[in-house]
Structures are given as structure tokens and as C-alpha cells.
Design a protein around this ligand. Structure first.
Ligand SMILES: Cc1ncc(COP(=O)(O)O)c(C=O)c1O
Length: 417
């Protein structure tokens, strides 16, 4: 039995490895064992960095002023936060629906798409994670869904945009972007006009940082337009500068219908997510009931935390820092790949090393990283190490951390590159 009187997530209880956090600052967090360099932003959410006093003070001020609320109550932080999110999303977006986190943002996007279109099916990809609530989990393609099946019916699985191991057996230099165009084939086969929405992470994050070719999103947008299916950008992980742009989809000339966000929105300082809704869909709910909502949506302290987080991003140029340091991260990762083998890919401050190696070697990597007090997302079963440091990390911290990772990787995997 675990010694703690509560359950740990995503784990057999005896195997859980609790993180005894005591605090942190910038790109570093502390546990009772000392100071760790956070190359994974804890659960990919601490974009703004640890120990940010501005956000803590904003939460305190809001708690003093108005701490208790109801989902349809109005107060300044909620209004200003929504306005900022709409501005960040760009022209055409007119409404925000606040949630408690990422899974629920997707859950509500599912419901909105169904209510709006009257259609019952959805498309999502194999290597995807959209959250753990039953609807979002049904969209999810990775290992987390099967133990809980059956989920909601009607989710159709699309192939990945996985250039290093193309599911169509093609090469990115010569392919016709089948990974994108086959979504049009799926829409036709399932319908036509039967699919409510296509859910895509701009860059699938936790499943290996599968950066799509530049034509991918525009092709998917076109096939969705042709069928009338909505396009949902799940920006829960990629939003708020993670890929070097405010939103991941902004790397390409494309406008989704719904954008789901959480994680970086308040950077983990409070519980909040949102669906950012394009006017096309928002208008529908002027006269039709939006049958969605939970008691704690848009809590005042969460809105205040998110609002201050967005101001910090802006004042401290963090999205620009992510754009500037992205190539540095990739350069360091390529050098490691050249030494230990495998694939390296990334966009902004989101990158992955993928390597086929026995699970024992991945365990050695985990132990070596712990020795060096480096925190990141290592998945030995899938063969990936994923990097997503806070956006406030300095170049020196990043390079030192990556070189230290490289040493650990050499111990674990030897030099096979
Ligand atoms: C792309 C994506 N969507 C949704 C979620 C679920 O977010 P939450 O854990 O806040 O429910 C995650 C979490 O990792 C995610 O990476």
C-alpha cells in the first residue's frame, strides 16, 4: 500500500513516484532533495515559470475583493481575460467559454460542435491526447483510452502526421501530404456531412511532438470546409507560446472554428481552461441554448491568475523567448541524436528525442536524470523524451540542461549514432 491517504493519477498506487514539491523560481523547482531544472514545465503547464510573485499577488488581491462567485456572474477579471483571449486568437473570434481545465475544454467543444451541427461523429488522430473525461478520452488515441473503453460512440480515427515514421510509407520530400488529405476521404466515407468536428493538436505534444509539414493544417481546413465539419485546435499544451507563437495553429495560414486551452492559460497557478469560439459558431448560441456548464466555471481567483499570467507573458516577452530559443533546443537535441541515434524534432520550446532502446536502458536514463536533477517527460514504452521548459528559461540554463541530458543519454544508450 502507498503510505499516502489519497490516490495518485495514471499509476498503480504502489508504483507512483510522488514529487514532494516545496517551491521554485523561474525554470527551477525545489523538492526536499534540492533544486531541479524543469525541462518539462511539470505537466507542460508552467509556461510562465515557477514562483511568479505577480501572479500570486493577483490571486490574493482577487480573493480579498471577490472570492466567491457563480458560473454566470460577471466581474472585471473575467471580462478582461475573455477580451485578451479573443485578441490573441485573432479576427473572427467573438466568445469565450470558461472551463476548469483542458479535458473539459475539449468536452465542451464536443458539445458545442454537436449542438451547432446536429452531427454525431468526430475525427481525432491515433497519437493524440485530449483529456481524461469520458468525451475527451474517447477522442484520445493513445494508451490512456483502451482501459476505459467503451467511450462515447462515433469517434473515427485518423492517421498521424508522423514524418519520421510515415503511416503511408512516404517521404516528406516527395509525399502528397496524405496524412492531411486522407481526413477528407474519412469525411466522405463517414458521411458526407456526418462529422461534427475534427479535433487536432497543432503539434501532438505528449505523444511525441509530431510537427506537421506546413501544408498539413491548410489542407485539413479545406477538407473540413468542403464537408462543413468544424475544425478544433486543441491548444491545451501548445497554447501560450509553447511553440514560439501565441497559439500553435498560428504557424500556418489557417483559422480553426474552436480553440481549446488550459495549462499555460494560468500556468498552473490556478484551475482554468477555455473554449475560444469563432463568430460562425458563437452566433448560433444567441438563439439556441448552450447546454453546458459546471458550478465552478470562471472562478474569480482563476480568472485573476490567468489574466496576470497573460500580462506577464507580454511584459517579459516570453513568446519571443520561446521563438528565439527553439532553434537552440533543436540544435542541442540534434547533437544528442547524432551521438545516441534516433529522431529529434521540435517547434519552439517543445521538442522530442525518439529512440528505440530496451526498456532497461530507458530506466537507466530515468535514474541518470534524477541524479542530475533534471525533470522532463520520459516514456520508455513509447521511446520518447519530451522537452518543454518554462518559457522564461535562459539560453545558458537551456544549453547547460541539454548538455547534462546528453551526458545522461550517453550513459543510458551508449554512443550508437
Ligand atoms: C493536448 C491536450 N489536451 C488536453 C489535455 C487535458 O488537459 P487537463 O489535464 O487540463 O484536463 C492535455 C493534457 O495533457 C493535453 O496535452
Amino acid at each position: 500500500m502507498s503510505e499516502y491517504p489519497f490516490f495518485f493519477t495514471w499509476s498503480a498506487q504502489h508504483a507512483a513516484k510522488p514529487l514532494e514539491l516545496t517551491g521554485g523560481e523561474g525554470a527551477w523547482f525545489t523538492t526536499k532533495d534540492g533544486r531541479w531544472l524543469d525541462l518539462g514545465a511539470l505537466s507542460y503547464q508552467v509556461n510562465v515559470g515557477h514562483g511568479n510573485r505577480r501572479i500570486v499577488e493577483a490571486i490574493k488581491r482577487q480573493a480579498d475583493e471577490l472570492c466567491l462567485s457563480a458560473p454566470n456572474a460577471v466581474y472585471p477579471a473575467k471580462v478582461e481575460l475573455a477580451e485578451r483571449l479573443l485578441k490573441m486568437a485573432g479576427p473572427g473570434f467573438t466568445k469565450v467559454f470558461f472551463t476548469l481545465g483542458g479535458a473539459e475544454a475539449n468536452e465542451n467543444a464536443l458539445k458545442m460542435a454537436r449542438l451547432y451541427s446536429g452531427r454525431l461523429k468526430n475525427i481525432a488522430r491515433r497519437s493524440s491526447y485530449h483529456g481524461a473525461s469520458m468525451g475527451a478520452l474517447s477522442l484520445t488515441g493513445d494508451w490512456r483510452r483502451p482501459p476505459l473503453e467503451p467511450g462515447i460512440p462515433g469517434v473515427v480515427r485518423a492517421e498521424d502526421c508522423y514524418c519520421d515514421r510515415c503511416p503511408f510509407g512516404k517521404r516528406v520530400e516527395t509525399c502528397a501530404r496524405e496524412c492531411a488529405s486522407h481526413i477528407g476521404d474519412l469525411l466522405a466515407v463517414e458521411g458526407p456531412k456526418k462529422v461534427a468536428a475534427v479535433f487536432l493538436e497543432p503539434v501532438p505534444g505528449a505523444n511525441g511532438v509530431l510537427v506537421p509539414p506546413p501544408e498539413y493544417w491548410p489542407i485539413v481546413r479545406k477538407v473540413c470546409n468542403d464537408d462543413g465539419a468544424l475544425l478544433v485546435a486543441d491548444e491545451v499544451l501548445t497554447g501560450f507560446g509553447r511553440t514560439g507563437k501565441p497559439f500553435g495553429f498560428q504557424h500556418w495560414d489557417v483559422v480553426p472554428d474552436l480553440i481549446t486551452v488550459a495549462k499555460g492559460l494560468a500556468s498552473g497557478y490556478a484551475t482554468i481552461g477555455a473554449v475560444i469560439v469563432h463568430e460562425r459558431i458563437a452566433k448560433f448560441f444567441e438563439d439556441n441554448v448552450l447546454a453546458c456548464g459546471l458550478t465552478y466555471y470562471a472562478h474569480p481567483t482563476s480568472c485573476a491568475a490567468a489574466l496576470e499570467t497573460m500580462k506577464v507573458y507580454e511584459d517579459e516577452g516570453m513568446y519571443a523567448n520561446a521563438a528565439k530559443l527553439g532553434p537552440v533546443l533543436l540544435r542541442e537535441l540534434h547533437a544528442i541524436r547524432d551521438s545516441v541515434g534516433g529522431f529529434a524534432r521540435g517547434l519552439g520550446l517543445l521538442a522530442a528525442l525518439e529512440l528505440e532502446a530496451p526498456i532497461e536502458e530507458w530506466k537507466v536514463l530515468g535514474a541518470e536524470l534524477a541524479k542530475r536533477k533534471l525533470s522532463l517527460h520520459v516514456d520508455g514504452k513509447r521511446g520518447t523524451a519530451i522537452f518543454a521548459p518554462p518559457l522564461c528559461i535562459t539560453e545558458q540554463e537551456l544549453v547547460t540542461g541539454m548538455r547534462s541530458f546528453g551526458e545522461a543519454a550517453k550513459v543510458a544508450f551508449g554512443s550508437r549514432g
